[in-house]
Design a protein around this ligand. Structure first.
Ligand code: TXA
Ligand code: MG
Length: 372
């Protein structure tokens, strides 16, 4: 067995260290004296820590029809003035997202519901009272003057009052609704830090307000109250059972959430690497027979044997903590240059529903018409 050779990816376990060495060398290379600096590194994104000044600046950008990214308790949002079709149009352009996909309007409090929605059912008021501010989005019949750009031309609008203090402060400073999808490029993993947003958008948006890591870590629960019966469109930060308890009835589940055979459509909420969801035993087998692909792992609670620590993330077996770390972990594993990320299947119990939904989406096992 040669000692100094590069590990042979075709017969060794997947223990290849990531290519960070090379990056470090490149960064550390001294500038040759007297030679003009070679191609400029791209300018770093405009990230500013959240304070009164940066929040006022963000509000001014929103008023001027520009885009700003801001923290919410779920994930970072890419915000635009919800009353301006032009501004909202920039969101679609920046994300590379099809214009038919509606965006959530963030508002300061439940008192703003009627500015954006009509024929608001009593169930919406009840859910708002119980869960706002917080990770719940309500889909309601839209008020007449909500731009089509926000609703994707539908007769409904999605509303949410975020609980993050920076989001709250921005809404107060701006004084209107902020249309904001997650601040990631279309089909990519949602951002839970300002750095994630910067990595996707660089300087192409006016400002990124940094409020630290999002506490929940996955997107809001979406409940559609615009029809005859309440429907769960997306599991998320508020458990479906808690919503059902307040409603006093079961939520029907939107057909779009039903799992389908993988490979029939492009994956979304997804890292660049292919994600495969499997049980630990299958993962261990797969790590031993990965046929030259660079394999990384998202393990549950316990480290994967025979895999370099640099190529794995071990997440806690507590759903809320797992959710908090999930997207950052997928991004970190992607950054190792892995071709495949093996994700250990968490328990398939109601408490894990939102996490399992995001993992299935990352693995391309869920068909959705609304990937964002
Ligand atoms: O936690 C969240 O909800 C985050 C933060 C930033 O608030 N936002 C978020 O936005 O996840 P986005 O655009 O990535 O996902 C919004 C989802 C999409 O699935 C979209 O189709 C759905 O909300 N949606 C928006 N308006 C809708 C409507 N009128 N009817 C049905 N679904 C709607
Ligand atoms: Mg999204």
């Amino acid at each position: 067995m040669p000692m100094n050779d590069e590990p042979n990816p075709t017969d060794a376990p997947a223990d290849v260290a990531p290519a960070t060495d090379q990056l470090q060398h490149a960064d550390a290379a001294p500038e040759p004296a007297g030679v003009p600096a070679a191609p400029q590194a791209p300018e770093p994104p405009h990230i500013k820590p959240a304070n009164d000044e940066s929040i006022a600046e963000a509000a001014a950008f929103l008023k001027a029809g520009e885009l700003v990214a801001f923290p919410t308790e779920t994930v970072y949002g890419l915000g635009a003035d919800a009353s301006s079709a032009d501004a909202v149009g920039k969101v679609f352009k920046a994300k590379g997202r099809p214009a038919t996909h509606p965006v959530i309007v963030h508002v300061a409090s439940a008192e703003d519901i009627d500015a954006f929605a009509r024929e608001v059912p009593e169930t919406a008021r009840r859910l708002a009272r119980q869960f706002w501010p917080g990770p719940l989005t309500l889909v309601l019949k839209r008020a007449q003057d909500v731009p089509d750009a926000v609703t994707g031309g539908q007769d409904t609008v999605a509303l949410r009052v975020p609980s993050h203090p920076v989001a709250q402060a921005l809404l107060a400073a701006f004084g209107g609704g902020i249309a904001a999808p997650s601040a990631n490029k279309f089909g990519r993993v949602s951002p839970t830090t300002a750095e994630h947003v910067g990595a996707d958008f660089g300087r192409s948006i006016a400002l990124i307000v940094d409020g630290g890591a999002s506490q929940v870590g996955i997107e809001s629960t979406i409940v559609d109250l615009s029809g005859d019966a309440p429907r769960l469109l997306r599991p998320g930060g508020v458990p479906a059972a808690a919503i059902e308890q307040v409603l006093g009835e079961a939520l029907s589940v939107a057909g779009a959430e039903a799992p389908r055979a993988p490979g029939r459509h492009t994956s979304h909420y997804a890292p660049r690497a292919r994600v495969k969801l499997m049980r630990r035993r299958e993962m261990i087998e797969a790590l031993g027979s990965h046929k030259g692909r660079r394999v990384a792992a998202l393990a549950l609670e316990v480290t994967m044997p025979r895999l370099s620590p640099a190529l794995q993330r071990v997440l806690p077996a507590v759903a809320a903590k797992y959710a908090h770390d999930l997207y950052a972990s997928l991004r970190a594993l992607d950054a190792t240059g892995a071709d495949v990320i093996l994700a250990e299947q968490p328990p398939q119990t109601p408490g894990w529903a939102a996490v399992n939904d995001r993992l299935r989406r990352a693995a391309g096992e869920v068909v959705v018409s609304d990937e964002t």
